[in-house]
Design a protein around this ligand. Structure first.
Ligand SMILES: [Zn+2]
Length: 119
């Protein structure tokens, strides 16, 4: 059974759901009828296990979608759900870039490296 660490707690306080931007909570997730379970980060709004993203990255993803009509899921009907999935996809991409550039540390985005960063 997994255990929620202090880092996980900090992450839950700092980060948000990649899909809806909502808060992350701890939830005991039961995997099988024999009682196999684990504690996971979870989004109540999306009803899914969710590791989340930095809020700044979510804000950038939402702004990108507003400005560029980004659509990764061409086969899906365009609705609220597809917009949320596109937001989550962009959060992954933007998060990857930040990580590759060394801009994310244990406590989230390292703002010292981005003096003009205001999002
Ligand atoms: Zn959510």
């Amino acid at each position: 059974m997994g255990k929620i660490t202090d880092d996980d707690r900090k992450r839950m306080a700092r980060c948000c759901c990649k899909q809806c931007g909502g808060p992350l909570k701890m939830k005991v997730v039961v995997y099988d009828p024999y009682g196999g379970h684990d504690v996971e980060m979870f989004c109540e709004h999306c009803h899914k296990i969710e590791y989340g993203t930095e809020k700044e990255i979510y804000n950038l993803a939402a702004r990108f979608i507003d400005n560029y009509q980004y659509n990764y899921f061409m086969d899906m009907v365009e609705d609220e759900r597809s917009e949320q999935m596109n937001t989550a996809k962009l959060c992954e991409i933007i998060g990857w870039v930040f990580s590759e550039l060394g801009l994310i540390g244990e406590d989230g985005i390292i703002k010292d490296k981005l003096p003009e960063f205001d999002i």
